[in-house]
Every structure is written in C-alpha cells, then in structure tokens.
Design a protein around this ligand. Structure first.
Ligand code: NAD
Ligand code: USQ
Length: 476
C-alpha cells in the first residue's frame, strides 16, 4: 500500500501504518498480553489493580510485578542521597533494556515504563531485529527466574499524562532515566506525519515527565538521553553543554550552540531547552546525556540467556553505522558508506551506555542544576569504521568491500570534529574502547543470525530532500 492516511486524535498525530496498527488500536492491543498478573507494592491492601485509560486511542495497561526480595525486606529504602528506585522509560528498547537489567543487577529497584511502540514501528515498516527478541513479559519472567530480581512493568505512553501520573504515584521514583522516544533520524524524515509524530512523541513525552516530577516527585533526578547530534558539526571544538564566550568585552557561559540535522535530532534540542528551563524555573535536577552512536549488542546481563537478548537493528531506518556494517559484512553486502564517508561522530559500546547511566544516577545533579555530559568514548569517521570492519572481516575469511552510496542525508561529509567527553570519565567511567575482539564478537554474532537478514532492508530508503506531506511507505 503506497498511500497511507495519518490520523489525529485528541490532539495527537499517530504515524500511519502499513498494517492497520495504531497505538491503542484493537489490532495493537491484540499484540499485548491478554492476562496480566497485577499487584501493587505500595498499596498491597488494594490487591489486584488493572487500570485501563478510557482514552480510545491510548489504551494503557499498568502492570505491577511482585515486589523483589530486597524491596520486601526494606533493604533498598535507605534515606541516603543515593537513589534506589529508578524508573526506566523506554526500558524495552535497545539502550533501555540493557540499562534496566544492569541497574536491577546492581541492586536498584527498577520499573520499566514503555508503550512498546518500537515493536509497532517494526510491524509498520516490515523490519525486524537481527536477533530474535522475546516479549517484554517473557524477558522479565526470565530475569526473575535467573536472578530472583523483579522489575516492575508499566505499559503505556508517556504522552498520556494520566498514565504517567499513576506510574509515578505508585512507584515513587527517586531517579528517572528517560530513553522513551522515537530515536531514528531517518524515521523522522520519512514524511510529514512521521516528522510530526516524532516531535510530538518526544517533546510532549519529556514535558509530561517534567510535570510528573514537579507534581509527584520533586526530589527525583531526571537522567535524560539526549544526543551528540544536537551540536551538529561546528568548525570549533564541542564543549560539554556550555561554552564561555566573550563578546564586545563582556563574558558569559552559555548553552553550546545547537545545529541539529533531522527532525529527530531537533526534537532532542527542544527537549534540552525545556529541561533547562524547568531546572531554572522549578528547581528540577537533571542530567542531559548527549550520547553518541551506540554499537554492540551484548552486555553482561543480556548475555545470560537467549530470552534476555537485546535487539540489533541493521536496516536503513533504525540500524546505526557500525552495527549495520557488521551485519553487512556477515551477509556479503558491500558496506554502505554515505557520500564521502568523512562524517565523524562520537561512538560508544552499549556496555558503556549502561555504565554511564549508572554513574549519572549514583552522582545526581543538585536541585536546579542542568548538567550536560557528552556520552561517548571515541570518535570515528564512517570511512574509519568501514576500514576497521574490512580488516576484522578479512581476519575471519570474509571478503568485505565498501561502496560509496549517494548520501540520503543533508550533512557535511568532510569536516572538523573534536568533542570533549571528560565528565563521565571523571565520575569513573572505564571505557570499553572499540577493539578487534569486540569487532570479532559482533561479526560472529551477525554471522550466527545471518539467515534472519532481509537484504532488501539494507540500502537507505529515506531521503532528507524528498520528504513531503504525502504519506510514504519505506518497506522494500
Ligand atoms: P529504541 O527505539 O530501541 O527504544 C526506545 C524505547 O522507548 C522503545 O522501547 C519504545 O517503545 C519506547 N517509547 C518510545 N516512545 C515512547 C512513549 N511515548 N512512551 C513510552 N515509551 C516510548 O531506542 P534506543 O536506541 O534504545 O534509544 C534510547 C534513547 O537513547 C533515545 O532517546 C535515543 O534518542 C537515545 N540515543 C540512542 C542512541 C543509539 O545509538 N541507539 C544514541 C544516542 C542517543
Ligand atoms: N552512515 C553511513 N552509512 C550507513 C549508516 C550511517 O555512512 O549505512 C552515516 C550517516 O550518514 C551519519 C553517520 O553514519 O553521518 C551516523 O549515522 P547513524 O545512522 O549511525 O546514526 P544517527 O542517524 O546519527 O543516529 C544514531 C541514533 C540516534 C542517536 C545518534 C547519536 O539512531 O538515536 O541520537 O545516533 S549522534 O549521531 O551522535 O547524534
């Protein structure tokens, strides 16, 4: 179906779909579990609670998992400044799932909040993760059976304030890690409705989180996933959030200029501004983690069982550079270098994502403080990555070629790039730098699952210049 209609309901535009799914639609709800075991930790006398919002387009289900051993014994309820109850919004996604398990393993009491819309995007576009991923319920049951640790689950949309408020009231988070956004630049550039969806979903969701903190948990520390792409590629060094400027004889320290290059990256800039404002106006404590491009798939926790496996995207919409190149090498597809390949970005291993978030939580911002950390460990150009994958592939007997494909994006292909990234190191980050062994392991992982690769999804299909108002499909 080439032409799709978008719909706007209660002020919110949802992305069109190829298969009739919409958030809250009967078709989507059919994907959700039919029977859910529910139980409140904070109000056990109320027994079972099953909450569904009346909003016709956003049927939200709140699930409360049984309290963990530690929570029951009260061992986690310290009044020390180190937060213990951490809400992970977007905890079913690539970074969020790995982080939720890591925090749970470290003894934090974790609640995942997720609308599962990322799984819906896959259905819409006919994509799937390289790795088979279990349902969120099976993931959490497996985690509980392996570790004895429970993770609460609240399924719903953070753009639905009633749902979010209920999650805050019941869990009483001391820290919120907010990963729950539409995070693909190409997705946001498919057509008007996806651009609008991305900005509404991300900006309104974050605004709701800020209001929920103000209303229900004013001491709560917000750890928000931003992106290095907010800064763009200026011809000067990139600082961590702020730059001191002397202009006409006067000096001030100001937010570092932002030059985002997709409607997705722009949503992050809008989020940062809203967060900075509420820190000033309401005294909210927040850390904006301007994360670089993440690679890798295994963390200590997700490697414990196949049912805990993380997703690995390789397609032209959600796949990111290095992950894509490893999968391309595994299936004998030429590496897709866009344009000249001099595009340089900060990168980090997913094992460092989880470490950085934990460090930010364990060392909270002060009330009213808006901290910005640049979260990456090394810089590479696309050509650097292609050379590294070619070399690692050759060692494994793979014949890896790289080609230049016309760049579907509007971005500098040769530019200066030098971004500071010292604040997380100062807090104790021990980086996993990109090594031959990581590339070998990622390539081996890609080889293990190469029969699942749909090669038609590899070439980029979204053009920054061709975006228009007409709804588009991007599936092969
Ligand atoms: P992802 O798409 O795998 O996960 C995002 C999760 O958020 C999904 O499970 C999705 O269902 C959920 N979600 C989205 N909108 C929601 C809403 N309104 N309410 C509730 N849940 C919602 O993305 P990811 O790769 O894990 O990225 C997580 C965060 O990290 C994003 O904010 C992204 O911008 C940021 N980030 C990612 C990378 C990267 O390379 N993956 C790099 C830098 C920054
Ligand atoms: N690129 C290629 N070939 C490919 C894929 C990408 O040359 O096959 C190039 C892109 O043109 C771009 C660079 O590699 O110059 C990075 O692209 P990407 O798709 O790996 O990452 P990006 O679109 O920037 O987005 C990803 C995440 C996003 C996060 C961002 C961090 O999807 O959520 O915010 O990385 S950053 O790049 O620092 O902004």
């Amino acid at each position: 179906m080439a032409h799709l209609l978008s719909s706007s309901h209660m002020g919110r535009t949802f992305p069109p779909t190829t298969d009739g799914f919409r958030p809250g639609s009967p078709a989507l709800m059919a994907l959700l579990p039919k029977s859910l075991h529910m139980h409140t930790r904070r109000a056990p006398h109320k027994g079972l609670i099953f909450r569904r919002s009346n909003a016709p387009t956003r049927r939200c289900t709140t699930v409360y998992a049984p309290p963990s051993q530690e929570a029951r014994s009260g061992s986690l309820r310290t009044s020390s400044s180190k937060p213990k109850r951490v809400m992970v919004i977007g905890g079913d996604g690539y970074c969020g799932w790995a982080t939720a398990l890591h925090l749970s393993k470290k003894g934090y009491e974790v609640a995942i909040v997720d609308s599962l819309i990322r799984r819906l995007f896959d259905h819409q576009l006919g994509l799937s993760s390289l790795t088979p991923i279990a349902s969120i319920h099976d993931r959490l049951r497996r985690w509980m059976s392996l570790t004895g640790k429970s993770i609460q689950l609240h399924i719903g949309d953070v753009c639905d304030f009633e749902f979010l408020a209920e999650a805050f009231r019941s869990f009483e988070p001391e820290a919120v890690v907010h990963f729950g956004e539409q995070r693909s630049a190409p997705y946001s550039m498919i057509d008007r409705s996806r651009a609008v969806f991305t900005q509404q979903n991300n900006v309104v969701g974050t605004l709701n989180v800020l209001f929920a903190i103000k209303e229900f948990a004013e001491e709560c520390h917000l750890v928000k996933l931003g992106t290095m792409g907010e800064y763009g590629t200026p011809n000067i060094d990139i600082e961590e959030g702020y730059i001191t400027i002397t202009h006409n004889g006067r000096t001030d320290t100001l937010p570092y200029p932002k030059q985002a290059s997709s409607f997705y990256h722009l949503s992050k800039v809008h989020d940062s501004n809203n967060i900075a404002f509420t820190c000033k106006a309401w005294g909210i404590r927040a850390t904006d983690l301007n994360q670089g491009v993440v690679y890798g798939v295994r963390t200590e926790e997700t490697a414990m069982h196949d049912e805990l496996s993380n997703r690995l995207d390789y397609d032209g919409v959600f796949g990111t550079a290095l992950n894509r190149f490893c999968v391309q090498a595994a299936v004998g597809h030429p590496l897709t270098v866009y344009g000249k390949g001099g595009q340089t970005r900060g990168y980090l291993d997913i094992r460092d994502t989880v470490q950085c978030v934990e460090l930010a939580i364990a060392n909270p911002a002060k009330p009213g403080e808006f901290r910005v950390f640049n979260q990456f460990t090394e810089q590479f150009s696309v050509n650097d990555l292609a050379s590294l994958v070619k070399k690692a592939g050759a060692k494994m007997g793979l014949d890896v070629q790289a080609i230049s494909v016309p760049n579907p994006r509007v971005e500098a292909e040769e530019h200066y790039y030098n971004a500071k990234h010292t604040k997380l190191i100062e807090l104790g980050l021990q980086p996993h730098l990109l090594s031959d062994s990581l590339l070998d392991s990622l390539l081996n992982f890609a080889i293990r699952f190469r029969d699942r690769v749909d090669t038609a999804q590899i070439m980029p299909s979204v053009s920054w210049k061709k975006i228009g108002v007409k709804p588009q499909t991007v599936a092969a």
